[in-house]
Design a protein around this ligand. Sequence first.
Ligand code: ADP
Ligand code: MG
Length: 287
Amino acid sequence: SIPLSFFAGIGGASNAGVLVKGSNYLETLSQTKCVVFDKTGTLTQGVFEVNEVHHNEMDRDDLLEYAALAESASSHPISKSLQRAYGKQIDRSRVTDIQEISGNGVMAKVDGIDVAAGNSKLMDRLGVKWIDCHRAGTIIHMAVDGRYAGHIVISDIEKPHAKEAIQLLKKAGVEKTVMLTGDSGKAAEHVAADLGIDEVHAELLPADKVSQVEALMKRNTGKGKLAFVGDGINDAPVLSRADIGIAMGAMGSDAAIEAADIVLMDDDPIKISKAIRISRKCLRIVY
Ligand code: ADP
Ligand code: MG
């Protein structure tokens, strides 16, 4: 039978906005020594601002229109941000053959013309030469009709509590914090340094995140449990693979919420250390 204090623990956590899907997760959580984060939407708000548009021959507005239209079927934070920056109604009938490549970007036909919007890896795949623009932030490269058409520089901001969340984890006895992201090294290292994250791995595909977590768990064997915290569509596999998976509940994707063991109802990373404290308190009562 399940000790009563586990119910109290689950109840206490839920009052704090942390949904724990079973009492066994409280025990695992209490032993967490390594917390691994996805970046976009987890430590950052996942709401990108468009900072600059560099266009070649095409107009700035035309390039943004191609980007917004090509992105019109995606629910990625980047695509939502580009559609918002475009600001006009999107006529979906102009867009066909949509393909989203997770961790890379999107391809579609707009008015019958091939359009691709994504990172340098997507351009490489298409054999399109891209220009490195040396800007901090995330660069969305654009190819139109098979030719490089320019890039859009976007940036995301850290969640208000992200830095404090990392500090509180250290205070709660977490020995290592790690960031895994599909974004560029430049964008990732900037955020990691600012937040005080110990280790960062960038330019990862969803499958790479799983192998990174597996390697970390191997290195951590016998030293405690590993928690992964994420929000995205692409995070479901890694959420299931970690000792404990924690999903952002408000903005997070349904797949991530489904795959997680614990859900943070208000997407606030500060709740992770709170949940660890609650789990330890409840374990002390049991044993
Ligand atoms: P994260 O690990 O930060 O959550 P993702 O794995 O979702 O990031 O995406 C990694 C990278 O792939 C992004 O930084 C971006 O360069 C590119 N990308 C992914 N989805 C899109 C999209 N819909 N449009 C343009 N670029 C995208
Ligand atoms: Mg993500």
